[in-house]
Ligand binder design. Structure first.
Ligand code: PLP
Length: 491
């Protein structure tokens, strides 16, 4: 900021009332902030605070007292000392909340991350043979057992999984002769004047050209990965014959994209994956399925509607199925590619794989999460599934428990039935029965106090009340939540 330090007239006199930089740094040091944050960060905050006051004074505001300026600075530094990325109590009821960091991890996954982070690991070292091992192989065996796929690999997130899948498969068609990778015909390089000039093509239904959020749009991803997009069908109805008619000499991939964050209803038809697979077999094309959430458990018994499972998409014959590690799987941020040996081998060999690979800490958490599924204990141990499977009576009991602990401080609070929007952007229109603690008073100011508390609590506003949904509050957070509510209501 470049507000002038010296100004003539009354503003100049007022500016001389501002404390000096070194005086404020000293005050911050006495409050322990230099030790916590370092001298550079404190100095920067002091200068920013003084610049802000200087600009306000020049704009005609009265100059605050040195004590008020110092108190404001210390507030700001204390806030900084809490760190930028902080734990937040999610009382929204949205289980897969991208803004709040998606899946909380299981105790086993957290412990595995700690062990992997603390020391060295056999990340790329084969302990039996005493030689270099396969870093991509760590989560592969459980992923194959759980999904029925021949091979699998994890990358940074599902957006990168989709990008990598397209990039890795569009250079050459699959070998449909059954003889491994030997029969692969390379595609003529673009513009060489061969029989097949131009970009390789990916066929997608118009009804599946979705934007996932954060600017991840399937048409853009396709172009960025070096392919030409061929749209087929209409927004609401696409048939096998639409895909078939679009197949040309440059077609390499048939892509299916799950409509994760919106619903089409009414006069709707999607080409079933099985039919795409059949077309892919007949015309030597890859079939890639972007499944989005990618659940391993049936969702219908929990009231979530029918989400396709990874297993059934593999069984249907997709060459690659891509899904998120931190949506319904309930693991760390990652993207998982499952599929045929040939397709995964191509993915692992692609140069982008090196750029998108996951680290040892993520692999540790992913493996520990998958182990819960292998042991058949995902519903009890994976927090995302524990939240989804929570019984309405148990949720009501927790909300009543909060109210009881609040005691007199909870005057005006009430427990009432409501519905949790489970998926946020992932499972549109799906809600599950819950009970919430409704707080008294104007909701906007109260919600802001809760957000600024320690720990910050994020609820939702319903019928002009802030309500807190126990579905997404971890049991270990109950006490902190009640304390934060008490503090926010006490104002
Ligand atoms: C969520 C989603 C993605 C992106 O996954 P991230 O793990 O967030 O990168 C891609 N495709 C679909 C269909 C999705 O639902």
């Amino acid at each position: 900021m470049t507000t002038p330090k010296f100004a003539p007239g009354p503003a100049g006199a007022a500016l001389r009332g501002l404390p000096r930089t070194d005086r404020l740094v000293e005050a911050a040091d006495q409050a322990g902030m230099v030790e916590k944050l370092g001298h550079g960060a404190v100095l920067e905050a002091v200068r920013a605070e003084l610049d802000r006051h200087r600009a306000a004074v020049l704009a005609g505001d009265p100059c605050p007292s040195p004590e008020a300026i110092e108190a404001g600075l210390l507030d700001r530094l204390r806030e900084d000392a809490r760190g930028s990325l902080r734990p937040v109590v999610n009382a929204t009821g949205v289980v897969i909340h991208t803004n709040l960091g998606r899946a909380p991890l299981s105790d086993d996954a957290i412990a595995a991350m700690g062990r992997a982070a603390r020391g060295y690991t056999n990340l790329e070292y084969d302990l039996v043979a005493g030689e270099r091992g396969d870093r991509y192989g760590h989560a592969e065996a459980p992923l194959c057992r759980l999904t029925g796929a021949e091979a699998a690999v994890a990358v940074n997130n599902n957006a990168s999984a989709v990008m990598l899948a397209l990039a890795a498969l569009m250079d050459a068609p699959p070998d449909r002769s059954g003889g491994g990778e030997a029969g692969v015909r390379p595609l003529a390089a673009p513009g060489r004047g061969e029989a097949e000039p131009g970009l390789p093509e990916v066929i997608v239904s118009r009804g599946q050209l979705v934007e996932i959020g954060g600017g991840f749009r399937i048409p853009d991803v396709l172009r960025r990965s070096g392919a030409a997009l061929v749209e087929v069908g209409t927004t609401n109805r696409t048939y096998l014959r639409d895909h078939e008619a679009a197949v040309g000499p440059r077609t390499r991939i048939l892509l299916a994209v799950h409509r994760s964050n919106f619903r089409l209803s009414g006069f709707v038809h999607d080409t079933p994956l099985e039919e795409l697979v059949d077309l892919g077999r007949r015309r030597a094309l890859w079939v890639v399925d972007d499944l989005g959430s990618g659940t391993l458990l049936e969702t219908a018994p929990f009231g979530l509607g029918i989400e396709p499972t990874v297993q059934e998409r593999i069984r249907a014959g997709a060459d690659l199925v891509c899904f998120s590690g931190d949506k319904l799987l309930g693991g760390p941020q990652s993207g998982i590619l499952c599929g045929t040996r040939e397709a995964i081998a191509r993915v692992k060999r692609h140069p982008l794989m090196r750029a998108l690979r996951v680290d040892k800490v993520t692999l540790a958490a992913l493996s520990a999460t998958l182990a819960h599924y292998e042991r058949g204990e995902a519903l009890e141990k994976v927090p995302v599934w524990r939240a989804i499977a929570a019984a309405p009576e148990a949720l009501e009991a927790r909300a009543r428990g909060w109210l009881a602990v609040l005691g007199a401080a909870g005057a005006g609070c009430a427990v009432r039935p409501s519905r949790s929007a489970v998926g946020g952007g992932s499972l549109p229109e799906v809600t599950l029965p819950t009970s919430v603690l409704a707080l008294p008073g104007p909701p906007d100011a109260l919600a802001a106090r809760l957000r600024r508390g320690e720990p910050p609590v994020v609820g939702r506003i319903e019928e002009d009340r802030v309500v807190l949904d126990p579905r997404t509050v971890l049991p270990a957070e109950d006490e902190a939540l009640v304390a934060a509510v008490r503090a926010a209501l006490a104002v």
